[in-house]
Design a protein around this ligand. Structure first.
Ligand SMILES: [Ca+2]
Length: 447
């Protein structure tokens, strides 16, 4: 439901103070909780049905802090022990961030804004999960009438999700949308190409780029990004069918790569397949380092196969298999890539961006991840990861804990600001007067 009654900022702040949710640091310094050799996990046997998936925090909060090592990482279950390059955060998320930042609320009154596209005239397109494509003028005002309304399925994690502008948008006005729709009796995820009218206020369907990506009530993926190579990358989810992530005939549980017209590029790992990376459970975040390597966030399990937690950040190469559901956490197995970092406690991650702004030079080249959280006001946050040249994590810290609620899309703006959307109206947060878009930058120095 869209927000009906406004909640004052003051009451939100009061709530936050009561709950001590802002700026609270985890114990320990940077690297706190890292334990690359810890294969143990709490497989606590609570066979919870997967009703609240994306943000399920039951593993971290049910008081069973078991370290049952019998189910993995000891080489007895078909895995090859623990990947030495993978860092497991065994408790919490990381210490509080050390860099001073400024946050401005630049747009308000949105409903689950999932993705942003920055237009050349300074305005933005924003997807709202319930199917509305909105326009935000350059001054931050939200245009009342949607640019387009898509007929989306209205449940779970599906809906109108990803958005990406064609690399040549200024001349061709083309953009791409990822959404979940009902196809007969089943739900399916579709990527379409649309044309924005010259006045920017309406849009029309150009063509279907790819259809029949398996959908589910949960695990619908949805992120669209154009890569530095000018190709369209599409993050999908397993649609709650884990084995589909390993099925190379299925587009579920993958990162797909297509040319801007929807064709399969001849330099894909398999030139007859759109699959770029496999073994993904549910990714909502892709971006690229300066060296061209892709960084992917992936949601860890929330009860299926008796597994919980362990959201991931991965640095990948073309054709990589990220292991789901054959392996999870830091398990190693031949031919499968373990994550760079995984958190035992469920985060879970929304989108992310490599920071390329000039306002916060300390963040240059780092991965900034929107964390949604679920059952604790201090769980949602903006997460910063520094990676070394080899793709290993050298720093992991948290910002904005509990300050703005659940965070979803993270993207660099053309002005060098980092833009982050909230996701408090998605049924798992406190909606209040609606969702917002935040601009994260550097607090001006006094004087
Ligand atoms: Ca994985």
């Amino acid at each position: 439901m869209r927000p009906m009654s406004p909640m004052s900022l003051m009451s939100l702040m009061s709530l936050c103070l009561l709950l001590s949710c802002g700026g609270k640091s985890d114990s320990g310094a940077s690297g706190d909780g890292l334990d690359g050799a810890d294969g143990g996990d709490a497989t606590d046997g609570s066979d919870e049905t997967d009703g609240s998936d994306e943000a399920d925090g039951s593993d971290a909060t049910d008081g069973t802090d078991g370290t049952d090592e019998s189910d993995g990482s000891d080489g007895t279950d078909g895995t090859d022990g623990v990947d030495p390059d993978c860092q497991l955060v065994s408790s919490g998320y990381g210490p509080a961030g050390t860099v001073d930042i400024t946050v401005e609320v630049v747009v308000e009154g949105l409903f689950v804004p999932w993705s942003i596209g920055f237009l050349p005239d300074g305005a933005w397109l924003v997807t709202e999960r319930d199917g509305q494509l909105r326009r935000v003028e350059a001054d931050g005002s939200l245009v009342a009438d949607p640019v387009a309304v898509l007929d989306v399925t209205g449940s779970g994690e599906g809906g109108l999700l990803g958005l990406a502008l064609h690399p040549e948008f200024p001349s061709n006005r083309l953009f791409y949308l990822y959404y979940t729709r009902e196809d007969g009796s089943v739900d399916t995820n579709t990527v379409e190409r649309w044309t924005l009218a010259e006045d920017g206020l309406t849009a029309t369907l150009d063509r279907v780029i790819i259809d029949e990506i398996p959908a589910g009530l949960y695990h619908d993926g949805g992120r669209l990004r154009f890569g530095p190579d000018g190709m369209l990358y599409i993050a999908t989810g397993d649609g709650r069918d884990p084995d589909s992530a390993q099925d190379m005939t299925s587009t579920a549980g993958k990162i797909l790569r297509l040319d801007p017209d929807g064709g399969i590029p001849s330099d894909n790992p398999d030139p007859t397949s759109p699959i770029w990376v496999s073994g993904v459970r549910n990714s909502q975040g892709i971006d690229w380092r300066d060296d061209g390597r892709m960084v992917i966030t992936d949601h860890g399990p929330s009860g299926e196969l008796g597994r919980y937690g362990h959201d991931e950040i991965n640095v990948v190469d073309p054709g990589d298999n990220l292991g789901w559901p054959e392996i999870y956490r830091c398990d190693a197995a031949e031919g499968l890539r373990a994550p760079a970092m995984t958190w035992r406690d469920a985060m879970p991650p929304g989108g992310h961006a490599i920071y390329r702004g000039t306002e916060i030079p300390e963040w240059q080249g780092d991965v900034l991840i929107g964390v949604m959280g679920f059952d604790s006001p201090s769980q949602p946050h903006l997460h910063r990861i520094t990676l070394d040249e080899a793709g290993q994590v050298t720093l992991s810290e948290t910002y904005l804990r509990g300050e703005y609620g659940r965070l979803r899309e993270v993207i660099m703006g053309p002005d060098g600001g980092l833009y982050v959307t909230t996701s408090n109206c998605d049924g798992r947060g406190t909606c209040g007067s609606g969702d917002r878009i935040l601009r994260v930058g550097r607090r001006p120095t006094a004087g």
